[in-house]
Design a protein around this ligand. Sequence first.
Ligand code: ADP
Ligand code: MG
Length: 344
Amino acid sequence: MITLDGLRKEYSDFLLDVDLMVEKGRIVSILGPSGSGKTTVLRLTAGFESPDAGRVIVGGRDVTNVDPSRRGVGLVFQDYTLFPHMSVHDNVAYGLKYSSVARAEREATVARLLGTVGLAGFGSRDVRTLSGGEQQRVAIARAVAVNPGVLLLDEPFSSIDAPLRKGLRAELVRVTQELAITTVFVTHSRDEALSISDMVVVMKDGRVVAHGTPVELYETPKNRFVAEFLGEANVFSGKVSRTVGNSWRLEAFRDFTVDNSAPSGSEATIMIRPERVAISSRATGQPNEFAARIIAAQYFGAVSEYTLECDGVSIVAASPMRFARGDAVYGALEPSSIVVLDDP
Ligand code: ADP
Ligand code: MG
């Protein structure tokens, strides 16, 4: 388990102020724009920086003033930081060499971990002859070899080709689960954060602005920043009018019925994801239906993304159905998929 308790760090024009708790064995992603403080959180947790205030607690032990090498924390960075003149085996064995682990046990650990990361038989290879993905797998094996309770990764797959990245993510999840390692994974990729994490922490300007499960943050974000940072979002503001039972109406560019607890004020901002906007070529009588024209179409294979225009307003819809630019269609916003945001 990791607890960051009132952790503060000030640089000339930047203030980090973070509280965070990661339960044992969980994978938490820290997602945020560049400069939001993600790397600083990792450096403070690892002990490469000391905080101006607050405490770092790892596995129940206050390690705020403990040397990085004695925190029980493994690290993997974006740029391969393997020892270039050593074999794969020697890289993975490195941390064990100076521990009290007996030679036979050390060799068994190295062999087992190389198997775990899919590199059995690679032990004698010079790390410079490996691909980027293979190098990062060695880096993961090396980081977990010393049996850390905690693994910290700073954008580890960002210099790796997209097709390989998916496999590496799956592998990371499997390895950390198998070894029950508490993992903090920094990324600026929303797909990466959503797909591998038990929890996602969203940072902005040195603070945690949201945290929750991937489903919570994607489907019911609290505000516009989080909504737009986690995916494509249609956001509309308008006056709240008549309430009918559990539904209420929002007067945006047209009236919409929203099946949700009514917002407290007289103005509201709502959000709906593109895949919750239905498109059809004929009127179907669904709630919140509107006539529209397709003004842009992008084909992605599994789905296409369509920009609909209605009364001068653009709405993005995602659908596996095929339409063409210029088509007259009907769009519909599923009332229960509309989320009320906190924004004014
Ligand atoms: P991220 O990893 O989210 O891109 P960082 O944690 O690297 O963000 O940086 C957050 C802010 O802190 C940035 O404005 C950066 O310039 C500043 N910063 C980070 N490290 C230092 C440092 N050692 N000295 C001064 N400013 C720093
Ligand atoms: Mg960074």
